[in-house]
Design a protein around this ligand. Structure first.
Ligand SMILES: Cc1cc2nc3c(=O)[nH]c(=O)nc-3n(C[C@H](O)[C@H](O)[C@H](O)COP(=O)(O)OP(=O)(O)OC[C@H]3O[C@@H](n4cnc5c(N)ncnc54)[C@H](O)[C@@H]3O)c2cc1C
Length: 470
């Protein structure tokens, strides 16, 4: 519970209109895109500039009130659920593109800018910001940086963190620091920029970011490869990479995802096949032609029953947009959709696709699988109902076994969605106790009062490992 005095102090900092402790206001920010987690904040605050952010954070630190930074709340690990109440911090006033520097190829933005606005702004001047989470029309850059989000173009171009050159951060004690900058080379001390990337709001508040831009590719082409055997589709992914081809996009959709997407988007996707690969290449025209020809051959060698080339950029865009809608399309089918993020080395994608199908059968749960297969990053998505407790236990066991299998194959428990509350009980499986202790040491040094997004990353109890897993 916050005191009346605390509330008045917040109002004095950000103005009465930017503080909301009404029941409806608090309820809106009590949950995010992750099912199962909900907790009310005490108050919602929207600072208008960095100095106000710093003043709010300083006040929270002095009074030991938790603070949860929130972009658009689209994260899928419960990261913006205010588990211990306190302040939810919004960035609706910090939503400006501050500068596009055409000489240094950088863009500097405030944290509340929507990802797609960045992509659109730079493409107009033939520059390119590649990270493109499927949520890019709604997610904010502050959220993308804090989750180190990936996207459909991650295979060729990498993830958000690969484009973050510098940050302005408000530390938990209210101090404002700058890390990195516009320099392509800078090794002055520890890489603090990377420390804040992916830190899930647990180390500080990002108030500004300078991002790397690259020249916009001249041309692009998209193909769909159709399969009657899902393992053959998985094998194709490994084979394309092993043949030294790096497409921009290499996405996998299984039959049930495909059906849901077609039902939702109605763009004429084939629904009588077991799986498809959506593959895009970009670059100079002649390279794109050459690569698409070679990739199509590899698909056929790996038993694709058909390979279709999108006739125009508009048709290609429709396919990519439909793929981006996969989660929303699946979410229409059942009351609860739990999307996971197991990731394996690319050479193991076929094994992982089969393992997920076997595990779903073993636990008698409905799992649709899609994802950034070229990155080894699959999204097994369980369609369930949180009110069915018996089924939820089976769902949780199935996911535990999926994570265990991914780790056995040299993979990880999350490729791009972060740990939050959702994956915290599994983090020690990946990092070991010594790894967790290093992370706790960093957290303690920067945020000794544990005010920044408490209850995330570090679990009270690590989940038992599954027995007898192959
Ligand atoms: C339909 C759908 C599709 C998706 N597709 C993808 C995908 O393709 N790839 C992918 O990686 N993810 C994807 N996601 C997950 C999600 O969109 C990303 O994690 C995204 O980066 C979250 O952005 P947000 O603005 O919603 O952040 P939020 O969910 O509001 O916050 C995410 C984290 O960032 C922290 N945070 C936010 N702003 C700041 C700040 N200024 N300073 C410090 N911490 C801050 C929060 O505390 C929280 O820990 C998808 C989600 C949905 C619902």
């Amino acid at each position: 519970m916050i005191s009346k005095e605390f509330k008045e102090q917040l109002k004095a900092i950000v103005g009465t209109d930017n503080v909301d402790d009404s029941n409806s206001g608090r309820t809106v920010y009590s949950y995010d895109a992750t099912p199962k987690f909900q907790a009310l904040p005490d108050i919602v605050v929207a600072p208008r500039n960095v100095d106000e952010v710093a003043a709010v954070v300083r006040l929270c630190n002095e009074t030991k009130i938790p603070i949860v930074a929130r972009g658009s709340g689209t994260n899928l690990c419960g990261d913006t659920c205010p588990l211990q109440g306190g302040v939810v911090l919004l960035f609706k006033h910090l939503n400006q593109i501050l500068e596009i520097d055409k000489e240094n190829l950088t863009i500097t933005v405030q944290p509340g800018v929507i990802t797609k606005e960045i992509c659109d702004a730079v493409e107009k001047i033939d520059l390119f910001y590649p990270p493109d989470p499927s949520s890019m029309k709604i997610s904010t850059i502050g959220g993308n940086i804090s989750e180190n989000s990936g996207g459909l173009r991650g295979l060729k171009y990498g993830v958000t963190g690969d484009y973050v050159m510098g940050l302005q951060v408000v530390l938990p004690n209210g101090e404002i620091i700058r890390t990195g900058g516009k320099l392509t080379k800078d090794v002055a001390g520890y890489d603090l920029t990377s420390l804040f990337v992916g830190s899930e709001g647990t180390l500080g508040i990002i108030t500004e970011a300078t991002l790397k831009l690259i020249p916009k590719p001249e041309a692009k082409k998209t193909i769909l490869a159709l399969y009657q055997d899902i393992e053959a589709a998985g094998q194709t992914v490994s084979s394309i990479i092993a043949n030294k081809m790096i497409p921009t996009t290499l996405e996998f959709l299984d039959k049930s995802t495909l059906n849901a997407v077609e039902d939702f988007a109605k763009i004429g996707l084939p629904t009588d096949v077991e799986a498809i690969l959506l593959i895009e290449q970009d670059g100079p025209e002649e390279i794109v032609e050459r690569d698409i020809k070679r990739i199509s051959e590899i698909c056929r060698q790996q038993q694709a029953i058909d390979v279709q080339v999108a006739a125009s950029n508009e048709e290609a865009e429709k396919l990519t947009t439909a793929r981006r809608a996969a989660l929303s399309a699946l979410a229409r089918l059942k009351p609860t959709t739990i999307l996971e993020d197991a990731t394996v080395p690319r050479s193991e994608i076929a094994t992982m696709v089969k393992a997920i199908a076997d595990i779903a059968k073993k636990y008698n749960v409905k799992i649709s699988t899609f994802g950034h297969a070229g990155d080894g990053n699959l999204h097994p998505t369980c369609l369930t109902d949180v009110r069915n407790e018996e089924e939820m236990e089976r769902v949780e066991d199935a996911f535990a076994e999926i994570f265990e299998k991914a780790l056995k194959l040299g993979g990880t428990i999350t490729g791009e969605h972060g740990v939050g509350i959702m994956k915290a009980p599994y983090l020690e499986w990946k990092l070991g106790k010594a790894g967790i202790d290093v992370m706790k040491g960093i957290k303690q040094a920067i945020d000794p009062n544990n005010i920044m997004n408490p209850g995330k990353l570090f679990a009270e109890k690590t989940r038992e490992r599954m027995a007898n897993i192959q």
